[in-house]
Design a protein. Structure first.
Length: 190
């Protein structure tokens, strides 16, 4: 018996997870659906990650690592916070399936956005590089990170689904809603 070599299996499986989530919701992502989408066996689909939970975690990392990298790059360029938000939104809009996945992942699978989260250190580093504040504790920064990312994802999904027209007026309103919450908490003018 010979085995076929499957090129780029992990990225293909991750894209399948995004696509299935966008179509059916994260609760309906199964090894069978992933395998069918990628034309591989169920065993091959799961073996790549070990467990379904590990597959979802890998998909989350594949989505948010470039997102965090982009945010850290913008922070290093001293870009104003509204421009950072615009870039976050453009990143999310450019990958509808990935955004639907990450929105559902963050909404239904990530329960604690604070110090107990396994990736709190990464999130803390990113939010501190974007929003300067001497008045917030690390806990406060992590809650702020949860607020900004949750609201931005929420509205990105609304824009992608056309529940809210993706135009300058609506972008500005949402930018003010999210930015206003940050300004009030941190006490800085964006």
């Amino acid at each position: 018996m010979s085995y076929r070599i499957i090129e780029n299996l992990e990225p293909r499986l991750i894209r399948a997870i995004y696509k299935i989530t966008a179509k059916f919701g994260i609760q309906n992502v199964t090894a069978k659906k992933i395998a069918t989408e990628c034309d591989v066996s169920d065993f091959t689909a799961i073996r790549c990650f070990g467990t379904m939970n590990a597959a979802l975690e890998a998909a989350a990392l594949a989505f948010d690592r470039p997102f965090l990298s982009k945010l850290n790059e913008l922070a290093s360029q001293n870009v104003n916070l509204y421009e950072v938000w615009d870039q976050m939104m453009e990143f999310l809009i450019s990958d509808p399936d990935g955004t639907f996945f990450y929105y559902e992942y963050k909404s239904f699978l990530v329960r604690d956005p604070t110090e107990a989260h396994v990736r709190a250190g990464e999130f803390l580093q990113t939010i501190k590089s974007i929003i300067p504040s001497d008045s917030l504790s690390d806990h406060g920064f992590l809650v702020l990170w949860d607020y900004v990312t949750s609201m931005t994802l929420y509205y990105a999904v609304k824009f992608i689904r056309n529940d809210l027209a993706y135009n300058e007026e609506n972008r500005d309103i949402v930018r003010q809603i999210v930015g206003g919450g940050v300004e009030k908490l941190v006490g800085i003018k964006l």
